[in-house]
Design a protein around this ligand. Structure first.
Ligand code: GRG
Length: 308
């Protein structure tokens, strides 16, 4: 395929079957995650960590990391430890998000939440254990990647998790609950940090591992920031339009918590349009990579077309 302005339009990628690709990558990630965290003593904490880590989910974050690394000339072997680590971090954030002190949810990924099975104390510790292990795993299992790149990956992951990323986004989200005057600017801050920061780290770390240039990193950053925001707009839409079964968690929670969302500010139709516009802009960033960008382009379009 020649890289043209239209290279990112799904119609031009007839040879790429996203569903086949996703299924194969999900299987790779499931196997790697299963092996990454064997049972050990004390059983209870390993059981609890494994319960949530292996509870399914789309595995979008590790797949984005692997796909970016491959697009930039790296291999699955080089990026798999980082791919597992981002899923560990994502899973820990879901465990803590579901706790009674935060969103207080009973279901996640179609199963009872971690604290419902193991209690709040073990769920908190399972989250902490997964977060620490994510960094240990990247540092000890990554092979054939120069150490300066590995150091950059660790720094990027740390920044995405902390007060400059997920934690900061979650704090502003908690503060905004029940406030009907939350502005678009605040809402966008919440989502860029709570959801966008980790998605960006997945993509950019995949690029760093493969030795992407500063110019490539800029393109990858803009791609990932756009898909991150689009992902959250669609998440807000699905909270209104999808069922508990489709979501694998309680639907309608935003409205119940009186949260300001994109559909509340813009309406459903305009929100969908804005998400699609962001995806178009994201894909434009990848024009120069030609056919190699097919997986990342298809994954971006999957974000706006998903129903769970
Ligand atoms: C990170 C130290 C640390 C603490 C956590 C609780 C918290 C701070 C942050 C909340 C982060 C959060 C839950 C963001 C929402 C992200 C989101 C849109 C999750 C749903 O992602 P999907 O749809 O889920 O990819 P699956 O189950 O498919 O993986």
């Amino acid at each position: 395929m020649v890289a043209t302005d239209n290279a990112h339009k799904p119609g031009k990628m007839a040879s790429f079957d996203l569903m086949v690709y996703l299924k194969a990558r999900q299987k790779l990630c499931e196997d790697a995650l299963d092996k990454s965290l064997p049972m050990s003593y004390p059983d209870k904490i390993y059981e609890s960590m494994r319960y949530s880590l292996l509870a399914g989910g789309k595995r979008l974050r590790p797949i984005l990391c692997l796909a970016t690394c491959e697009m930039m000339g790296g291999t699955i072997e080089m990026s798999m430890p980082t791919a597992c680590a981002v899923e560990m971090i994502h899973t820990m954030s879901l465990i803590h998000d579901d706790l009674p002190a935060m969103d207080n949810d009973d279901y996640r990924r179609g199963k009872l939440t971690n604290h419902k099975i193991y209690g709040d104390d073990i769920a908190i510790l399972a989250g902490d254990g997964l977060l620490a292990y994510a960094f240990e795993y990247v540092a000890t299992r990554t092979q054939n990647v120069p150490l300066d790149r590995l150091l950059q990956v660790v720094a990027r992951l740390g920044r995405a998790v902390g007060a400059a990323g997920l934690v900061g986004g979650q704090v502003v989200d908690l503060e905004s609950e029940g406030k009907s005057d939350t502005t678009l600017e605040t809402l966008t801050f919440i989502h860029n940090h709570k959801t966008g920061a980790l998605l960006e780290a997945c993509v950019v770390c995949g690029g760093i591992i493969a030795g992407a240039s500063p110019d490539d990193i800029q393109k990858l950053t803009r791609y990932s920031q756009n898909i991150g925001l689009a992902f959250q707009i669609i998440d807000d839409i699905l909270d209104i339009t999808a069922t508990n079964e489709q979501l694998g968690k309680t639907a309608g929670k935003d409205q119940k918590a009186q949260k300001v969302t994109y559909p509340k500010l813009w309406g459903l139709e305009e929100s969908q349009k804005q998400a699609e516009k962001l995806i178009e802009e994201a894909c434009t960033e990848l024009n120069s990579y030609g056919e190699k960008a097919q997986p990342l382009i298809a994954l971006a379009h999957f974000i706006t077309s998903r129903n769970h």
